[in-house]
Design a protein around this ligand. Structure first.
Ligand code: GDP
Ligand code: CA
Length: 318
């Protein structure tokens, strides 16, 4: 079975670990969000790709959900001693090596997709990890500070400001001229099932879909498309997705996120059992919907979620 997953960072990576356990023989292609990418200290950092790579490759800091386990921060401390920031972005020593290798390869002329493949040769994530695009796309968030509008990089909004101010707009800068990375459209067209993991619908899955051609390919794919809600009990399970949902005029409910994707994209949608009351409304919008436990408390629970998504895909395949 060929499965394509459009993934952000933590939510995507944890789901993928469960999916791999549920269907160990499946051929899984991950289309990863690169809108969160940022240049720091002259290095190209790809937080979502790395979260997927480290999580599936056994190098992730488990409790934190991002970065390497057993990390030290000597380089960061030394940079700070020179007064060189930003200090709000936690790059550990081990993690730095990844960004150095990536930056070196990009500098030598390799596209991000080739660099990602090279990094994965070490980590063996057990999936084919593709960036959504080899072109630079950067998510920016419009905020209002002291009555003045300004745009900040997504990481500044998320990590530095902890989404403490309202987002007025979210813009994937560069997306309109970006092209899907080699293999992305082919994988979508050839998939047996396409899954939206419980990733952020705006700044993870939404950014991937903003690359011209990807949304159209998903909508046109013969495979059923099934998503899992990152919103449980009217709030994100983790993080501040409600802030960026509000910026695009979408309520923080599992049903509203399903309608936001819409029946043009989604054939099926899973909500958590606490949101069972919203199933009928989602189905009325033309999307098959089931309520199952959606908390990724451990790999077994996550594998059960993945099986439920694949079962729903079979049902809607018709
Ligand atoms: P990021 O790039 O690291 O922010 O990660 P993603 O975009 O892939 O996923 C973030 C989303 O995962 C958040 O909106 C969370 O609500 C969601 N999430 C995290 N843990 C869980 C979980 O256990 N269950 C569900 N349903 N969603 C989760
Ligand atoms: Ca992310």
């Amino acid at each position: 079975m060929r499965i394509v997953v459009l993934a952000g960072g933590i939510g995507g990576a944890r789901f993928l670990r469960g999916l791999k356990q549920a269907v160990p023989d499946a051929e899984i292609t991950v289309v990863g969000n690169t809108g969160d990418d940022i240049h720091l200290f002259g290095l190209k950092v790809c937080p979502d790709l790395d979260t997927v790579m480290y999580t599936l490759g056994g190098g992730i800091h488990e409790e934190q959900g991002w970065g390497r386990e057993g990390e030290t921060f000597a380089v960061k401390d030394e940079l700070a001693a020179y007064g060189v920031g930003p200090e709000w972005f936690g790059l550990g020593d081990k993690d730095f090596a990844t960004h150095i290798v990536r930056t070196q390869m990009l500098g030598a002329g390799y596209p991000l997709s080739a660099v990602t493949e090279a990094l994965c040769a070490r980590w063996q994530p057990g999936v084919r990890l593709l960036p959504m695009s080899d072109d630079r796309v950067e998510t920016h968030v419009a905020i209002e500070v002291d009555g003045e509008q300004r745009a900040v990089h997504f990481q500044e909004y998320w990590v530095k400001l902890r989404a403490s101010v309202d987002a007025k707009a979210v813009v994937a800068v560069g997306a309109e001229t970006a092209a899907p990375a080699p293999g992305v459209l082919e994988a979508i067209a050839a998939a047996d099932v396409i899954l939206f993991p419980p990733s952020n619908p705006v700044v993870s899955v939404g950014t991937i879909l903003a690359v011209p051609g990807i949304r159209e390919a998903v909508a046109a794919a013969p495979a059923p498309v099934v998503g899992l809600s990152p919103i449980v009990g009217d709030a994100p399970v983790r993080g501040m997705a409600d802030k960026v949902l509000a910026a695009v005029g979408v309520e923080s409910t599992a049903a509203a996120v399903a309608r936001h994707y819409g029946s043009g994209l989604l054939d099926g949608w899973l909500v958590d059992t606490v949101d069972a009351g919203s199933v009928a409304g989602v189905e009325a919008a033309g999307i098959a919907c089931r309520a199952v436990p959606l908390m990724m408390t451990d790999v077994d629970a996550t594998a059960a979620m993945a099986r439920a998504a694949l079962e729903l895909a079979e049902e809607v395949r018709g």
